[in-house]
Design a binder for this molecule. Structure first.
Ligand SMILES: Nc1ncnc2c1ncn2[C@@H]1O[C@H](COP(=O)(O)OP(=O)(O)OP(=O)(O)O)[C@@H](O)[C@H]1O
Ligand SMILES: [Mg+2]
Length: 254
């Protein structure tokens, strides 16, 4: 059975007293240790899907399982939000160790784990700074550190690199790939960016809106290679995805 398994998922919201189905008949399966990427137009329900998977939204129909458990019953998941979700009044160090404090991990272990992850992500010298004193790429690394310090098995990322410049974005994609190779993490990442999907996603799930559903699942065996961006196969796969989006008329009624 898949590590992440979604069957016939439906999510409805009430807008102006009307029920609107945002996600319908969503089916998704991702094996343990793989990187899955969800790509789709704005408003198609990608964040809604991640909120269900992270256990933040319990109001859904269908079956959603992470390692055979419903999302709210697992502690194996970490979520990185679209806006990083850092607390501006806490330093880098305090932002990163907050999750461990909430879990009441012994103080000595908190220090060891926080130091280790900050070092791994090149953030140790920035430990005393506040989020506003960091660049976008540094903030993103703090958000990743804050998740990884909890040693999750599943990392959910909602457009993690969308506000970064092109070079920092590629740097962060490489870093994520490195972390993935060092650990046994399963990663499910949302993006708008076709190149990012092809570089990172061993499985690419294409969503259409109104209501959002997965219309195509692409097995992308070339993902996971640091030199991929310069290769012919990369361009071909990008073009394949692009043509797929161009073929479809994507209209939304709400
Ligand atoms: N709490 C809510 N109440 C009502 N409608 C909502 C709520 N949350 C999201 N929606 C609507 O559901 C739809 C999907 O929203 P969602 O944030 O999941 O889209 P998205 O694919 O993540 O978009 P983006 O790429 O812009 O981040 C949108 O039309 C949005 O307005
Ligand atoms: Mg979103």
């Amino acid at each position: 059975m898949s590590y992440v398994s979604i069957k016939s998922l439906q999510v409805d919201f009430i807008q102006k007293k009307h029920k609107i189905t945002v996600l319908q008949s969503v089916n998704l399966a991702l094996a343990q240790g793989k990187i899955g990427v969800i790509i789709g137009p704005s408003g198609c329900g990608k964040s809604t899907l991640l909120n269900v998977l992270s256990g933040l939204n319990l109001d859904y129909r269908g079956q959603v399982l992470i390692d055979k458990n419903p999302p709210h019953r697992t502690r194996e998941t970490a979520l990185i939000l679209q806006d990083y979700g850092l607390l501006p009044w806490k330093t880098v160090w305090d932002n990163v160790c907050l999750g461990l404090q909430i879990r009441k991990v012994p103080k000595k272990d908190i220090i060891t784990k926080t130091e280790k992850i900050l070092k791994r992500l090149g953030l140790l010298t920035l430990a005393k700074r506040y989020p506003t004193q960091l660049s976008g790429g540094q903030r993103q690394r703090v958000a990743i550190a804050r998740s990884l310090v909890l040693e999750p098995k599943l990392l959910l990322m909602d457009e993690p690199f969308s506000s970064l410049d092109a070079l920092t974005r590629e740097e962060m994609q490489n870093l994520l790939l490195q972390i993935w190779k060092e650990t046994n993490l399963t990663i499910l990442l949302i993006t708008h960016n076709i190149e990012e999907a092809v570089f990172l996603g061993q499985k690419i799930f294409i969503m259409s809106p109104c209501p959002g559903t997965i219309i195509q699942e692409v097995n992308n065996e070339i993902a996971g290679d640091y030199d991929l961006r310069g290769k012919m196969g990369f361009l071909e796969m990008c073009n394949y995805l692009r043509s797929f989006f161009q073929r479809r008329e994507i209209k939304c009624n709400y």
